[in-house]
Design a binder for this molecule. Structure first.
Ligand code: HEM
Length: 252
């Protein structure tokens, strides 16, 4: 990035932050309309409850603020890349997010896509995307190299569903019958289900209450009130039973 790029980006962060809700809603709407495949990637229940969707755009703004010293954001980068790897986010998806984010910035700031300002934001986004893609690549490689490990999604069969005080406990094993990597209490997996009545899959993270070792994972699912038909927990509780398949990413 040139010094002019840095100045332009930093000068517009406060305006974008003030318009954070407009930026984020415009961004997601545009991106999901133009790339309906991403409806399988982003949690639509989170989008509609407004719980999470601000995080991505907010992280880009936070990064832009510290553009001269991105090491300030090391902790955030670790957190984001861990979440992304759990969701099997791919390098090529960064250009889709980037394009939509830049269009949204152009819309919110009311400047043309061809302006110097958008060129500056593009340079900033590409710099951040490069950092994230690099960290995610090494995380995928580390996961795949572990004994019983894998990168991306792997099919698991539900072996058992038990009722608990708060919900249901699911025991799952890899469909291929091979070993699965051990995990510690507090680590999480993403579980992806088919949404009944829609041609869509949805992921959600589940944390382990206890260490996991051997050939299966055990996690508890609790019902979610006031959620949409995309709530993965409610789908698991109401529609999934022993013998059914789910897609699972490796513990992180
Ligand atoms: C520079 C680019 C990006 C930044 C700064 C970024 C930042 C973030 C942040 C801060 C979160 C929230 C983490 C949490 O849950 O605590 C997140 C989650 C997520 N990101 Fe990214 N992200 C970027 C690119 C991408 C790309 C390219 C994709 C794939 C299309 C993606 C997909 C997701 C998904 C699916 C989630 C989970 C959100 C949910 O479903 O609730 N992100 N990202």
């Amino acid at each position: 990035m040139t010094p002019q790029h840095i100045e332009l980006v930093k000068a517009t962060v406060p305006v974008l932050r003030e318009n954070g809700v407009a930026l984020t809603s415009y961004f997601y709407k545009r991106m999901l309309n133009n790339n309906p495949d991403l409806k399988n990637v982003f949690n639509l229940d989170h989008q509609s409850t407004g719980r999470q969707p601000r995080a991505l755009a907010a992280a880009v703004l936070a990064y832009a603020e510290h553009i001269e010293n991105p090491s300030v954001l090391a902790k955030a980068i670790e957190h984001i890349t861990t979440k992304h790897v759990s969701l099997d986010i791919k390098p090529e998806q960064y250009s889709i997010v980037g394009e939509n984010l830049l269009h949204s910035i152009s819309e919110v700031l009311d400047v043309p896509m061809e302006s110097d300002l958008i060129a500056a934001w593009k340079a900033a986004y590409l710099q951040l995307a490069d950092i994230l893609i690099g960290v995610e690549k090494s995380k995928y490689e580390a996961l795949a190299a572990e004994n019983g490990g894998w990168a991306g999604w792997r099919a698991f069969v539900i072996r058992q569903v038990e009722t608990t005080e708060a919900g249901q406990r699911f025991t799952i094993a890899a469909q291929d019958g091979q070993a699965v990597v051990a995990a510690k209490a507090g680590q999480y997996i993403s579980v992806k289900v088919k949404v009944p009545g829609h041609d869509i899959e949805q992921p959600q993270q589940y944390k382990f209450d206890a260490d996991q070792s051997g050939s299966q994972f055990v996690f508890e699912v609790k019902p979610e009130e006031n959620h949409t038909e995309y709530s993965v927990s409610n789908i698991l509780l109401n529609h999934y039973k022993a013998g059914d398949l789910v897609q699972v990413s490796a513990p992180l």
